[in-house]
Design a protein around this ligand. Structure first.
Ligand code: FE2
Length: 296
């Protein structure tokens, strides 16, 4: 089976599109354009969008979009999902037009997270120009970034992504928030393109549908610039600047208008899916990343 390449895009639902317009243009540094048929496209690179914002009754994360290289790989992924006993729903014409794809099938994983399998972008390729100047995101074959999803049905969800969809296990972290707290597993998984993780499964609930997403910039100085913007714009800090042990990402975390956190990072490592040996992280971060600020 052709493998999933990367987290191509994600979809959020919003009660207030103007909040995402402002957050995209002024905080993240993406271009923001009206999407055909309604909603917004947040453009991070030459593709029409990497974040799709749709209007709805809640502010939340809606779906993760996984890219396959061609129709044969798409068809075999859909067949593998069916064989595992999970239904897929082919997109209707309106959704295909909204996502600008040739093929799309949605499904729900064993923990209840919604996903879209995608292939064949029909979007026009146009240059990216950040409204904040020279800023560039690390995307391309690595996709939009990574997503960390709640996975309370942990074992079945892990097995599904590893055995059915072909993700590799990059790193295992057994997170114990306090000395007497129960351990929560967070497993970090890579797709074929080799970003250290495109997906992480976290054994914790999340009312907004996502623990956090990560966008990566190409220049380390942009992290400091972004932290200044965050403070000026009054965007809530969820974790202070720090560097992760497992993917070496230097980043900070902030709240999005979707009620989930966004990690704004630089310098994450890549893995070679053919030879990578799963690691086991002992700590979240080498330095920094005080998550208590987000829960004060
Ligand atoms: Fe992350």
């Amino acid at each position: 089976m052709g493998k999933i390449q990367a987290l191509s895009y994600f979809v959020v639902q919003s009660t207030d599109l103007s909040a995402w317009q402002k957050f995209g243009e002024q905080m993240l540094g993406t271009q923001v354009l009206p999407a055909p048929g309604g909603g917004l496209y947040l453009k991070l690179d030459e593709r029409a969008y990497r974040i799709a914002v749709v209007a709805g009754s809640e502010d939340r994360y809606l779906a993760s979009g996984w890219e396959l290289p061609d129709q044969a790989a798409f068809d075999s992924a859909v067949a593998a999902i069916h064989a595992a006993g999970i239904e897929t729903t082919p997109a209707d014409a309106a959704t295909l037009a909204a996502r600008q794809l040739r093929g799309l099938a949605s499904f729900v994983d064993p923990s209840g997270n919604r996903h879209e399998l995608a292939w064949g972008s029909t979007a026009e390729i146009t240059p990216f120009k950040s409204p904040l100047g020279a800023l560039k995101f690390k995307t391309g074959k690595f996709g939009v970034g990574h997503t960390v999803l709640p996975a309370l049905n942990f074992d079945a969800t892990l097995k599904f992504f590893r055995d059915v969809l072909g993700f590799g296990l990059s790193d295992i972290f057994n997170f114990q928030p306090g000395p007497d707290a129960p351990v929560m597993r967070i497993y970090f998984m890579h797709a074929a393109s080799g970003r250290h993780h495109s997906l992480a499964l976290a054994e914790m609930p999340s009312a907004s549908g996502c623990v956090h997403v990560m966008l990566e910039v190409e220049d380390r100085a942009e992290i400091a610039r972004a932290e200044v913007r965050r403070e000026q714009q009054g965007v809530k800090l969820m974790a202070t600047l720090g560097q992760h042990e497992n993917d070496k990402m230097t980043s900070f975390y902030m709240m999005t208008p979707g009620n989930f956190a966004l990690e704004y990072g630089w310098g994450g490592i890549e893995v070679d899916p053919a030879s990578w040996q799963t690691t086991q992280t002992q700590q979240v971060s080498i330095w920094g990343h005080d998550f208590s600020v987000g829960f004060r």
